[in-house]
Design a protein around this ligand. Structure first.
Ligand code: HEC
Length: 222
């Protein structure tokens, strides 16, 4: 008997709850904070913010993680300064040269040619003109100027800053310097690989996968 009463009460309570539901209105909310967040929504409009917009530009001068500012301006002065003062921070190793060659063949050879004579496929097909040879005495390219033109581009040559990491650009610089030396009949520079450390400390910014590769190489070498 007692149980029957309990069941009846339970049923009555359930019916009273269900019968109050109105599908046209939002339902009863327990803990409404789970639905209506107290924090500001990323793209919400709020009076408190400038322009009533929560999403804002990063503070002027912010630097994205894994990216280093390049100090030389995209101007003739910046070019000249880079040409005279900017040096390749990575070592001239066989490994860097090999990576530089692979990247050069992907990005540069189509215009500059595999040997750097300025006779790439697009030049032979007359799709682009005015591609110089790397031993062009009038230009007298340097490590700094090669890096600079890859970063910003120069006239009809585009920028390679978005396709390559800082470290990869310096590897290409080494390879271009090698092509230049060969065109001039000189011996390309190779630094003695005395200390392993140089390849371990990411002196310049690398992509995360490059750093992983270095660690792996180091582990394999040990
Ligand atoms: C679409 C064709 C094209 C591609 C691809 C290209 N270049 Fe060039 N490059 C040019 C042209 C054209 C010039 C001459 C620009 C000028 O001074 O008017 C030039 C000039 C240069 C110079 C000499 C700049 C100076 O200081 O006078 C260097 C060094 C150079 N390129 C390196 C590279 C490297 C490294 C790559 C690959 C990452 C590359 N280029 C890819 C067309 C190209």
């Amino acid at each position: 008997m007692k149980n029957t009463i309990k069941i009846l009460i339970a049923v009555a309570v359930m019916i009273s709850i269900v019968s109050c539901q109105n599908d046209k209105k939002p339902n009863y909310q327990y803990m409404p904070n789970m639905y209506e967040s107290v924090g500001y929504e990323a793209y919400g409009e709020y009076d408190v913010f400038q322009g009533e917009q929560e999403a804002m530009q990063p503070v002027a001068g912010s630097i994205p993680r894994g990216w280093m500012p390049y100090d030389f301006e995209n101007s003739n002065t910046g070019y000249q300064l880079a040409k005279d003062t900017l040096k390749n921070p990575i070592k001239y190793t066989a490994e860097n040269e090999a990576n530089g060659k692979a990247l050069y063949d992907i990005y540069c050879a189509i215009c500059h040619g595999a040997k750097g004579k300025g006779k790439g496929y697009l030049v032979e097909r007359e799709k682009i003109l005015g591609v110089p040879s790397y031993d062009d005495a009038g230009r007298a390219i340097t490590e700094g100027s090669i890096y600079h033109v890859m970063y910003y581009g120069i006239n009809s040559m585009g920028s390679y800053a978005s396709q390559t990491s800082e470290h990869e650009r310096w590897q290409i610089v080494q390879y271009v310097q090698k092509l230049k030396a060969e065109l001039e009949g000189k011996t390309p520079r190779i630094d003695p690989e005395s200390d392993m450390a140089s390849s371990l400390i990411p002196a310049v910014n690398k992509r995360p996968e490059e750093v992983d590769q270095d660690k792996e190489d180091h582990n394999n070498a040990q």
